[in-house]
Design a protein around this ligand. Structure first.
Ligand code: NAD
Length: 390
């Protein structure tokens, strides 16, 4: 069987789905690798390194799609809403497609993929279980985003992060507050602490408290309790507007006391809750920074503009997307390991083993045999239940 990796086509995307070091592991499970030329170049993986590890390089993108049984991408059509559609005519029936598909994005896109007849897997739908941990690309990218968010904020803030005691006096440390302590928020906490900032964090899931404290940060307790804060998979559940309104009220003082606020409070498949209002921004000291990691789904700050950096009343609000793309080498390495673990899971004896009873396969498969087969995606778009897959 052959895995093909086309060059990423989303404008500015620098990551690549497979790196040279995973090729021997793929060979062990009977998978040969073909790469479109220069696919890894911007992530620091030249063609020669792939060739040394035994990959075949092809100049023509169409030929990669024609030759491969499995296509692995970072941003497939779906998450690549700019240029991804151009790949659809290249898909072959029953070819396997793996990558970020944005399965709860737009139905039209998912139906385009279904019509092409590919069996597609969305890495976003990976279950958060111990078994699937090595395949969890969302956690990999989340950790990188959390790290990079702190560096961007530190670079923007007109103050130092650490305390400095110098002959010219003592500089007090910056105060950093993180809202949402999932994988991304926890990595932001760890990074802010390493840079010497006085770091605190808040999450509505009670389980997050211990994790925040284990990183040496202060957990901010708010006298407001979420109903069924987390689902069976460990994800936060959306709350009603009165809960969010109470949160905003209680967060106002905390936000005003900090120099940097990093927000990473997202709810899978939902618009992110607004936790910082225009008035709360006005209450911050000029020069403060808000870095909104929820920008892609509306943002946790009312003033966030997706993909942009804006300054309001002296406060800089950054809503940049895809921060993982700014660390393409390690992001690709982690992603490639996640994809390799997933491929080793679905390929047995040189054949795909797509057992729909397997939790990992059942959760991640989006389209198969011309249909949208994923129950969660069908429910999200209010499509009738498919008897065959349930
Ligand atoms: N393989 C695994 O076992 C695995 C992998 C990754 C994550 N997890 C678990 O999954 C859970 C979710 O982690 P994640 O990184 O996907 O989270 P995520 O990326 O969905 O992060 C969102 C965070 O924001 C919080 N949040 C949402 N709305 C909020 C609000 N209004 N106020 C405050 N906080 C709010 C959530 O509780 C969550 O912690 C965690 O329990 C994590 O430990 C397990």
């Amino acid at each position: 069987m052959i895995v093909g990796v086309p060059r990423e086509s989303y404008p500015g995307e620098r990551r690549v789905a497979l790196v040279p070091s995973v090729i021997p592991n793929l060979k062990k499970v009977g998978l040969d690798v073909i790469m479109e030329e220069n696919a890894g170049l911007e992530a620091g993986f030249p063609d020669a390194d792939y060739a040394t590890k035994g990959a075949k390089l092809l100049k023509d993108r169409g030929e990669v799609f024609r030759s491969a049984d499995i296509i692995a991408q970072v941003l497939c059509y779906g998450s690549n809403d700019k240029t991804g559609k151009a790949d659809v005519p290249l898909y072959r029936r029953d070819q396997i497609l793996i990558g970020f598909l944005r399965p709860l994005g737009t139905l039209e896109t998912i139906e385009d993929i279904a019509r092409a007849g590919v069996t597609s897997f969305a890495v976003e739908l990976m279950p958060r279980t111990t078994r699937a941990q090595s395949m969890d690309a969302l956690s990999s990218m989340g950790a990188i985003c959390g790290y990079k968010a702190v560096l961007v904020a530190a670079d923007t803030l007109p103050r130092l992060f650490p305390m400095l005691t110098t002959a010219a006096g003592t500089i007090t440390p910056a105060r950093v507050f993180i809202i949402g302590a999932g994988v991304t928020g926890l990595q932001a906490i760890a990074t802010a602490r390493r840079l010497g900032a006085v770091t605190s964090a808040y999450d509505m899931r009670p389980a997050a408290k211990e994790q925040v404290q284990s990183l040496g940060a202060r957990f901010v307790e708010l006298p407001v309790e979420a109903k069924d804060a987390q689902d069976a998979a460990g994800y936060a559940r959306a709350q009603d507007e009165s809960f969010y309104s109470r949160q905003r009220e209680l967060l106002t003082r905390v936000v005003a006391e900090n120099d940097v606020v990093i927000t990473a409070a997202v709810i899978p498949g939902k618009k992110s809750p607004v936790l910082i209002t225009r008035e709360m921004v006005a209450g911050m000291v000029p020069g403060s920074v808000i870095l909104d990691l929820a920008a892609e789904r509306g943002g946790n700050c009312e003033l966030t503009r997706m993909g942009e950096k804006v300054v309001e009343r002296g406060v800089t609000i950054i809503g940049w997307l895809n921060l993982a793309n700014s660390v393409p080498h390690d992001a690709s390495q982690m992603y490639a390991r996640n994809i390799t673990a997933f491929l080793a899971h679905i390929v047995k004896d040189r054949k795909p083993r797509l057992d729909v009873k397997d939790e990992i396969i059942q959760s991640t498969v989006v389209t198969r045999g011309g249909q949208v087969v994923n129950p969660r995606v069908r429910e999200f778009f209010q499509l009738p239940v498919l008897a065959a897959h349930s």
